[in-house]
Design a protein around this ligand. Structure first.
Ligand SMILES: Cc1cc2nc3c(=O)[nH]c(=O)nc-3n(C[C@H](O)[C@H](O)[C@H](O)COP(=O)(O)OP(=O)(O)OC[C@H]3O[C@@H](n4cnc5c(N)ncnc54)[C@H](O)[C@@H]3O)c2cc1C
Length: 345
C-alpha cells in the first residue's frame, strides 16, 4: 500500500474539479486499512473514505487523508434453488458487479445498472433507480470500526437505509469504513418494471420472454434497457462533470401537501406509505426557470434539472453557489427547502 502526498483529485471524482488531497491511499485488504488508520502521521487529520467520488462535491482542497477501497472479490456464501447470498468487496465497480450478477442470472439489481461508483457506497447512499433501492437486496455490511479498531458485521436492519440516506451518513458518520457487503439476489423471475417508462421501453425492445430459460434473457434485456434510458437522459461525467441528481426529492406530510397542491395543482408527486408525499424537485427547479441555465461555469443540465454540471474548469464553490441560489428560489416560491443528495465537503 502506498500513501501519496498532495494528490490532484481531478480524475478521482466525477465533478472533475481541480482540487487536491493532502494524502491519498488505496487499500486492498482490511489489514492495510487498519495499518493506515493506525499510522501516527494521520492522527489529527480528517479522514475521508471514498469510492469513485461520484456523489461528492469538493468546495476546497481536502486537508487530510483520503482512503479508497480497492478490496475486490465476489464470493457465494450460500445458495439454494431460489436465491444466492453474495459477499462482495467494497472496491468493486458497481456497474461491473451488476453486469456480473446479470450474467449469472442472479436478479435484483438489474434496475440499478449504470449507477457510477463502487459497491462500498451502495449501503451508505442506499443507491436507487427505477423502483429498486440497495436496501431491497443488501443482507449485511462488514465494516471497520474506527472507534474500536475492529471489524464487525452489521445486519442491514440496523443500518437505517432510507431514501438516499443511512445511519452511515448520520450518527455513524466518520466511524465505519465499509469493507464488504453481502447481497441477497434471486434466481427466480421477479422483476420491478412499474417505474417511469421502463415497461414501455422494454415493450419497444420486444418485451420480456416467458418460459423456463427466459430469466437470464430478461435480466440482460432489463439491464440493456435501463442503460439506454440512462444514457439518453444523463450526462456522461467524463464529458460534463457532474454527480448525478444533486437534489433529493422532498417529502411532505399529506396535509401540508394538500395546501401546496391548491397553489400548484400540476406539481408531480408520489404518495408514500407513511402518510407522506414525495414531490418532484426537478419540476420545482424547472418552474423557477433554472433548467438549462448557468451561473458562472456551473450549470443545470438542460435534459434533467436535478443534475448540476461543471461547464468546464468550474470551482467547487461555483457549483455550491448555483445549488444555493436554486434552493433559495425554490424556497421563496414553494416554501420548501431542497436538500442536497450529494455530499458537500
Ligand atoms: C451520472 C451519474 C448518475 C447517477 N445516478 C444515480 C442513480 O441513479 N441513483 C443513485 O442512487 N445515485 C446515482 N448517482 C450518484 C452516485 O453514483 C452514487 O451515490 C454512488 O453510490 C456513489 O458511489 P461512489 O463510490 O462514487 O461514492 P463516493 O462519491 O466516493 O462516496 C459517497 C459517500 O459514501 C462514502 N463512502 C464511499 N465509500 C465508502 C466506504 N468504503 N466506507 C465508508 N464510506 C464510504 C463517502 O465518504 C461519501 O460520503 C449518480 C452519479 C452520477 C455521476
Amino acid at each position: 500500500m502506498i500513501v501519496q502526498e498532495q494528490v490532484c483529485l481531478k480524475d478521482k471524482h466525477s465533478f472533475h474539479l481541480n482540487v487536491s488531497a493532502r494524502y491519498w491511499a488505496e487499500y486492498q485488504k482490511t489489514e492495510e486499512l487498519r495499518e493506515i488508520l493506525q499510522d501516527k502521521r494521520f492522527d489529527k487529520l480528517p479522514v475521508l473514505p471514498v469510492g469513485g467520488g461520484c456523489n461528492i462535491l469538493f468546495t476546497q482542497d481536502f486537508p487530510g487523508l483520503i482512503i479508497k477501497s480497492a478490496i475486490s472479490g465476489i464470493d457465494v456464501l450460500h445458495e439454494n434453488k431460489d436465491e444466492v447470498l453474495l459477499r462482495a468487496g467494497s472496491g468493486l465497480d458497481w456497474d461491473q458487479f451488476v453486469e456480473y450478477c446479470v450474467s449469472q442470472a442472479w436478479g435484483g439489481i438489474e434496475n440499478l445498472s449504470g449507477i457510477p461508483g463502487l459497491t462500498g457506497a451502495s449501503p451508505i447512499q442506499n443507491i436507487g433507480a427505477y423502483g429498486v433501492e440497495a436496501k431491497d437486496v443488501i443482507h449485511s455490511v462488514e465494516v471497520f470500526d474506527r472507534q474500536t479498531q475492529e471489524l464487525k458485521v452489521l445486519p442491514v436492519e440496523e443500518c437505517g437505509l432510507a431514501y438516499r440516506n443511512s445511519r452511515f451518513k448520520q450518527e455513524w458518520k466518520d466511524r465505519f469504513i465499509v469493507c464488504y457487503i453481502s447481497y441477497r439476489l434471486n434466481k427466480k423471475p421477479f422483476y420491478r418494471l412499474d417505474y417511469g417508462n421502463l415497461k414501455e421501453a422494454l415493450s419497444s425492445q420486444g418485451g420480456l420472454q416467458e418460459g423456463p430459460d427466459a430469466h437470464s434473457y430478461n435480466l440482460a434485456l432489463i439491464r440493456r434497457t435501463v442503460l439506454a434510458i440512462r444514457s439518453s437522459k444523463l450526462p456522461d461525467p467524463d464529458v460534463l462533470g457532474n454527480a448525478g441528481s444533486f437534489f433529493k426529492n422532498p417529502e411532505l406530510e399529506a396535509s401540508a401537501f394538500a395546501l401546496l397542491a391548491e397553489r400548484f395543482p400540476e406539481l408531480p408527486h408520489w404518495k408514500l406509505p407513511n402518510n407522506k408525499v414525495k414531490l418532484s424537485a426537478a419540476w420545482m427547479i424547472e418552474h423557477c426557470g433554472w433548467k438549462g441555465k448557468s451561473l458562472g461555469r456551473a450549470g443545470v443540465y438542460p435534459k434533467q434539472a436535478l443534475v448540476l454540471v461543471n461547464l468546464g474548469a468550474a470551482q467547487g464553490e461555483e457549483i455550491y453557489d448555483l445549488y444555493q441560489q436554486i434552493a433559495a428560489d425554490v424556497f421563496s416560491t414553494f416554501g420548501i427547502r431542497l436538500q442536497a443528495e450529494v455530499v458537500i465537503l
